[in-house]
Ligand binder design. Structure first.
Ligand code: SAJ
Length: 422
């Protein structure tokens, strides 16, 4: 590790902060992980993890055991402060920067000359500049970057995380990083920091372009998923198998349509495009419409189930999957949860839920007497309608005989030729 950066504090120990802390610690840097969640701090200090991500548990256990990683609720002096806190949206899809502001306020008292602050949270354009202004107001004894040719006491850069849940440890090290410093010196110092633990390229730019780049990447994906989702609705009405259609169209060398599904979940793609819409409401018509198309998909699935259910003698349905995508345990903003919740309120007699990655139903579903978490075999043998909401690998081997005499609504296309699409 470079002499400059012997100790790093990571503010926010979630899906990005904790893996980053563990990787840095295992590359020989002293890491202090800071989180307001006392339970998470205790779990980590005991060498365990509070989130599920392949191989993260082993990495954290070793980092804690060797003393290179510790978790705490209070920020301490460091060389680098890396902010990885959530940036959800509030009513009206306006970005909520309160966690970023709270992180800045917690760092300010311990900040020293030559420190480097890096923001990784997804943020609206201009947030990195705001951090400099907020810090200036809190610490008038230090200088912060104001214009691109400054040489301030403290450097500040934006470097968005780009890792995919389920592949975080691999992508953290191997992905290219976009680094936008408030000055060139800020970018250069951030590059030196990242080069100590990543093998991907560091692409240097200014902070506003880097902020927009992150929003653009996730909006690009949202718009493309919306195209697939819209196609699935059109195909449903016109009795065309959307999966076969996409497979054929994708044989064109310049066409690459994504997969339709029950909607877009997670805390990134369903959120970040709104930051662009909020900043340029009149110009971002396509981005807004894509959000609306994807957000409307769960209700389309529900309508389909409610139509199908009228023909079921005992009204027993099996919902396969609750997480927001395959092979993870993350239920945040999951369209599958939204669909099961809405179905539960519609008085359906029995809803069997299969989610191999959880041990009990989330409270908002557990309170319904008509919703039960069961194993796959039980759900398949006891239900009349099969609603596939997530393409977990556990569901890919369902046998034809287990589908006999069932109505099937396959929102993920895992049964392809065997079902009628979404
Ligand atoms: N989905 C579809 N059809 C598809 C692909 C995805 O319906 O063809 C759905 C998924 O089921 C899920 C949602 O979209 O509900 C989002 O899943 P995802 O795998 O596309 O993305 P995330 O949210 O897990 O991670 C994204 C990634 N961004 C991009 O691929 C541009 C990741 O690289 C980012 O780091 C992450 O957002 C983030 O933190 O911003």
């Amino acid at each position: 590790m470079s002499e400059q950066f012997k100790k790093v504090s990571i503010i926010g120990l979630g899906y990005i902060g904790l893996p980053t802390a563990a990787i840095l610690a295992s590359s020989g840097v002293k890491v202090v992980g800071v989180d307001i969640n006392k339970d998470a701090v205790n779990i980590i200090n005991a060498g365990n993890v509070h989130i599920v991500e392949p191989e993260l548990d082993v990495l954290v256990r070793n980092a804690v055991k060797t003393g290179m990683l510790k978790a705490t609720t209070t920020v301490e002096e460091s060389d680098v402060f890396l902010i990885a806190v959530p940036t959800p949206f509030m009513d009206g899809h306006k970005p909520d920067l309160s966690y970023v502001k709270a992180a800045v306020e917690s760092i300010a008292p311990v900040l020293k000359k030559n420190n480097l602050i890096i923001l990784e949270s997804t943020c609206p354009v201009g947030t990195t500049g705001n951090i400099s202004r907020w810090m200036s107001a809190l610490r008038d004894d230090l200088s912060f970057p104001k214009s691109s040719d400054d040489f301030p006491d403290v450097n500040i850069a934006y470097c968005p995380e780009r890792v995919l849940p389920g592949r975080i440890l691999y992508e953290l090290v191997n992905n290219d990083r976009v680094i936008g410093g408030l000055t060139s010196e800020c970018s250069n110092r951030a590059e030196i920091f990242y080069k100590t633990f990543i093998t991907g390229q560091c692409l240097l730019t200014d902070s506003r372009t880097a902020e927009m780049c992150k929003l653009t990447e996730n909006s690009f994906r949202d718009v493309n998923i919306a195209f697939a989702n819209e196609l699935s609705l059109i195909c449903d009405e016109q009795q065309i198998n959307v999966w076969e259609l996409i497979k054929l169209a994708n044989h064109h060398v310049r066409v690459n349509i994504l997969n339709p599904g029950p909607g877009v979940g997670g805390h990134c793609i369903a959120v970040d495009p709104w930051f662009i819409v909020d900043s340029a409401p009149k110009l971002s018509r396509l981005i807004r419409t894509a959000r609306e198309v994807n957000d409307s998909k769960p209700d389309m699935v529900i309508n389909k189930v409610m139509t199908a259910i009228t023909e079921l003698p005992t009204e027993t349905i099996a919902c396969l999957g609750l997480s927001f995508k395959a092979d993870i345990d993350d239920l945040r903003e999951s369209p599958a949860v939204e669909i099961v919740l809405k179905l539960a309120t519609k008085g359906i007699k029995q809803i069997f839920v299969v989610e191999p990655h959880i041990k009990s139903l989330p409270a908002k579903l557990a309170k319904f007497s008509n919703v039960t978490l069961v194993k796959l075999d039980c759900a398949l043998s006891s239900s009349e309608l099969l609603l596939i909401l997530v393409d977990h690998k556990e569901f890919l081997n369902i046998q034809d005989e287990q589908l006999a005499y069932k109505k099937i609504i396959d929102t993920r296309g895992i049964l392809r030729g065997r079902s009628g699409g979404t």
